[in-house]
Ligand binder design. Sequence first.
Ligand code: 6PG
Length: 481
Amino acid sequence: MTSTAEATAQVGVVGLAVMGRNLARNFANHGYTVAVYNRTTARTDEMMAAHGEEGSFVPSAELADFVASLERPRRIIIMVQAGKGTDATIDSLVELLEEGDIVVDGGNAHYEDTQRREAALRAKGLHFFGVGVSGGEEGALNGPSIMPGGPAEGYKAIGPLLEDISAKYDGTPCCAHIGPDGAGHFVKMVHNGIEYADMEFIAEAYDVLRAAGLSVPEISETFREWNTGDLDSYLIEITSEVLDQTDATTGKALVDVISDAAGQKGTGRWTVQIALELGVPVNTIAESVFARGISGHADLRAAGREHVPGPARSLAGGDRAQLIEGVRQALWTAKVVAYAQGLDLIRTASLQNDWNVDVASVATIWRAGCIIRARLLERIRAEYAADNLPTLLAAPSIVAGIEETNEGARRLIGAAQQAGVPVPGFAAALAYLDQVRADRLPAALIQGQRDFFGAHTYQRVDTEGTFHTEWSGDRSETRLD
Ligand code: 6PG
C-alpha cells in the first residue's frame, strides 16, 4: 500500500509500551521529530494524548504511513517484547524499507538472535543493530546507557542520535559503538549478569546485617552511608530507598511483607550459559542465578526447613562496628570480582566473534544511566585505558583495594557461614580470588583420578608431553607423545 505521508521524522519508534514511549519522548525532548507506531492504535492515541505536546511527534495508525513519514536513511527503533514479536515486527517492516535504512532492536534479545537478524537484513541492504538499553523506564526517558552493536557504516547515521539521548558522565555520552552484529546485545547481557551478582551481594549484606540484629531502618541508614564511599552506586542507593519503605497495609517494613521468591527474565541465566560454553568462570554471577532459583523452590525449602540441621542464624552479640565494616569489605570485594568476571567474558566473546570490543569503552558507557552505574566504573575505565589488563584483579588500584578489604571480608564470610547465614555470592568471590592466586590447585589430583578411571592422561610440571599411569597394571608411567 503506498502512503501519502510526508517524510519529516528523523527517527521512528515501533512499540509504545513504557520503554518505547519514553524513548520516543526522549528523542522529542532532544529536538527530533519522532514517528511513532504501535500495532494497537489505541496505545499510540494514549501516548499522543498524554505526551503529544512535549515535542514533535508523527503518529501513524498504519505501518506503511509510519515508514513513509521517516526521512532517509530511515532510522527505526523496535521496542517490543524480545522474541517472536521482534521477528514479526522486522518481517512487517522489511518489505517497506529501502537500501541503507536502519532497523534497531532495543529489547533484551539474545545476541545470537541478533547475529541472525543482522545477517538477514544485511543481505537485503539494510543495517540492523542490536542495542542494549539500560536504565529502566526512567533511564529511557531521561538518559539510558546505550550499547549498540551493528555495522560501522550504519552507526554513522544512528549513532549520533543515540548518543544525544543517552545519559552523560562529565559530558561524555554513555553510548558508544560496541562492535558489529551481536556485540551490543552481548554486552547488555553481561551488564545484566553483573547486575544479578551485584543485587545478590547486596541481598547477602542485608541478610547478614539482619542476622546481626540491626533493624531495617538501621540497615537502610548503613547502605545510605556506604553510598557516600567506594560503594556509591545506583543499586546501593535504591536499596536504602526500598528498605525505608513502610507497607501501608500492615505498617511493617515493606521488605518484610514481600514474598522472598525472586523472579528473573533470563539475561543472567544466558550470561552463565554462554560463560560455560566459552570456558570463562563467572561463579559469582552463577551463584546469583542459583540463589534466585533456590528462593523460588518452595518444596525444596520446605523440606530443608523440616530436615536440614544447622545453627540458629544469629550474628548478634559481637563487635557490631567491626561486623558492619566486614560486610562493607565483603560487598566491595565481591563487586570487583563480579566485574572482573563479566569483563573477562566480554573480552573472550569479543575474541571468539572477532568483535574487537574495547573493554575501557564498555566501562565508560556504564558510568551513568545503567542499572549497574557505580563510582567504581570510573576507576575500572581508567585502569583499562592505562593498561591491557589480563584481569581487572591485576589493576593497581584494585589490588590495593583487595589488600585493604581482604582480611575483613574473609572474617565476615567465615562468621556468616559459622552462623548459618547463606552468603553464596560472597563465598564464590573469595573462592575465585583464592583460586586465581594459588601456586598449586587440587586439579592435579582430579587429573590423577581421571587418568585412573578413564585413562584420560595428564601433563607433568617438570617435562613436556602427555602421560598415563598403568593403574590396573604395574603402575608404571607411559609417555604418549
Ligand atoms: C536494565 C535492566 C532490564 C532488565 C530488568 C529485569 O538494564 O534496565 O537490566 O533490562 O530487564 O532488570 O531483569 P530480570 O527480570 O532478569 O531481573
